[in-house]
Design a protein around this ligand. Structure first.
Ligand SMILES: [Zn+2]
Length: 220
């Protein structure tokens, strides 16, 4: 029997790119918001290096706007967007990233971090780094970390269909399983027009995953 969401007053999602909060964490953030948790997002980059949607204008300007709109759909009350280099997060000093996570957690009164699983879900080095920073921040303040994980079978299917590098988990490895509102998540994803309309992958992932999201505690 899996656990349900922990009742926390405030939660801070720590992400690498605008759209991670929706494509990845959207179902979970919506569920926390519905449960009365104050949800905030810290995003380390503006997503300016994306290969998608660049013909529509300057991504460094477009993507923060998209993030703000998506946050509203998900019931996220605060967004802090930093301008570390998209694609270069792994080269940023960990203590700098960690200090930002500690600061924002204090500002929003959260001791619970929400992150991508340790494999980065897609395997993107920026995702791995964002999770690493949240873990270090949690250790610094005695906080907890919940990580969004995808099922092995979904990762395998996506890797076969798209030649991708998704990293999944077996059911025994996850602590929490919750039903989420995919319609709301899809509305948030649609706010990221420069990205969402230019790739089938996140949509296919939702289709394969179904209505239930998995989470693992990286710090209890
Ligand atoms: Zn990302």
């Amino acid at each position: 029997m899996k656990e349900s969401l922990p009742p926390v007053p405030s939660l801070l999602a720590v992400c690498a790119h605008p759209d991670d909060e929706s494509f990845g964490l959207g179902g979970i953030l919506g569920a926390f918001a519905d449960a009365g948790t104050r949800c905030s997002v810290l995003c380390f980059t503006s997503g300016e290096a994306s290969t998608l949607g660049a013909d529509g204008g300057d991504l460094a300007e477009i993507r923060p706007r998209e993030l703000a709109e998506a946050a509203e759909v998900l019931g996220v009350s605060a967004v802090e967007l930093l301008d570390h280099p998209d694609g270069g997060l792994a080269e940023q000093p960990l203590e700098d990233l960690t200090a930002h996570a500690v600061r924002v957690a204090a500002e929003v009164g959260s001791r619970m971090f929400l992150v991508f699983d340790e494999g980065g879900i897609t395997g993107h080095p920026d995702h791995l780094r964002a999770t690493e920073a949240a873990l270090a921040a949690a250790d610094a303040i005695g906080g907890r970390v919940l990580a969004w994980a995808i099922p092995d079978r979904v990762a395998r299917a996506l890797n076969a269909e798209f030649g991708a590098t998704f990293v999944g988990r077996s059911e025994e490895e996850v602590d929490v399983a919750i039903r989420v509102d995919r319609a709301r998540q899809r509305r948030a994803m649609e706010c990221h027009g420069s990205q969402a309309l230019n790739t089938p992958v996140p949509w296919r992932r939702l289709e394969l995953t179904g209505e239930v999201e998995w989470l693992r505690y990286l710090r209890r």
